[in-house]
Design a protein around this ligand. Structure first.
Ligand SMILES: [Zn+2]
Length: 199
C-alpha cells in the first residue's frame, strides 16, 4: 500500500515527494516508481566482485576497484591517474554472496537499508540515504538490500518491516532501527554504532 504510511515521514521529505509527483504529470504511485527505477540504475554503476567494489572513473570511464579492506582510501585511476574519492553513493546489492563478503571485510561501517520498490516510506528515505552516503564518504558505506530480490537476506537477519536500517561493523550487526528517518538521525545512528563497536 504505497503512501499509506507517509505520515511517519518528516514534512520536508513529504513536500519534495509531492513536488516530484506533480512535475511528472500524473500524480500517481506509478510516477514515483519511475523516479526510483532511474535512481537504482544510477546506483548499479558500482559492481562488487570477490576483491572489492568496481566502479568507472568519472574522468575516463576506466573501471577501478576499491578493495574491501581499504574502502576509506582515495585511489588513483589505473588509466588516467585521476584521484578517485571514496564511494559517496548508496550501492544496491545484487547478491547475498556479495553482501556477505562486503560485511565481513569492509574497513568502514556498513549502513544497510532493507527496502522494496512498492514501499512508500522506503522511497521517502532514499534521498536521505543519498545525503548520508555523500557526507560519510570514506567513513561509512551505504548499501541497499531489496528484500523482494534478496529475500534470503531479509529472512536470515529477521527483517520484519521495511524500511529497516541496520549498521554492520567488524563483520557483525551493531544496531538496527525500523522506519524512515531523516539523514541527521541516520548519521547519529552511525556515531552511536562507532562508539559501541570501536570502529
Ligand atoms: Zn580515469
Amino acid at each position: 500500500m504505497p503512501g499509506r504510511r507517509t505520515a511517519e515521514i518528516g514534512q520536508l521529505v513529504n513536500r519534495q515527494a509531492v513536488k516530484r509527483t506533480r512535475t511528472d504529470g500524473c500524480g500517481t504511485a506509478q510516477s514515483q516508481f519511475r523516479t526510483v527505477v532511474s535512481y537504482n540504475d544510477f546506483m548499479n554503476v558500482a559492481q562488487l566482485d570477490d576483491r572489492g567494489i568496481v566502479t568507472p572513473c568519472p574522468a575516463c570511464g576506466q573501471k577501478n576497484r576499491f578493495l574491501y579492506e581499504r574502502l576509506a582510501d582515495t585511489v588513483r585511476c589505473g588509466k588516467c591517474k585521476a584521484a578517485l574519492a571514496p564511494l559517496a553513493e548508496p550501492i544496491e546489492m545484487s547478491s547475498s554472496a556479495d553482501f556477505d563478503r562486503l560485511v565481513a571485510r569492509a574497513s568502514v561501517p556498513i549502513l544497510v537499508d532493507y527496502w522494496a520498490p512498492w514501499c512508500g516510506p522506503c522511497r521517502m528515505v532514499a534521498p536521505e540515504l543519498k545525503k548520508v552516503a555523500a557526507r560519510r564518504a570514506g567513513r561509512a558505506l551505504v548499501v541497499k538490500v531489496n528484500t523482494d530480490v534478496l529475500a534470503d537476506l531479509g529472512e536470515r537477519f529477521g527483517v520484519r518491516s521495511i524500511p529497516t536500517l541496520a549498521i554492520f561493523a567488524d563483520g557483525r550487526e551493531v544496531t538496527r532501527s525500523a522506519g524512515a528517518r531523516p539523514a541527521a538521525d541516520i548519521e547519529a545512528m552511525l556515531e552511536q554504532a562507532s562508539h559501541k563497536s570501536h570502529v
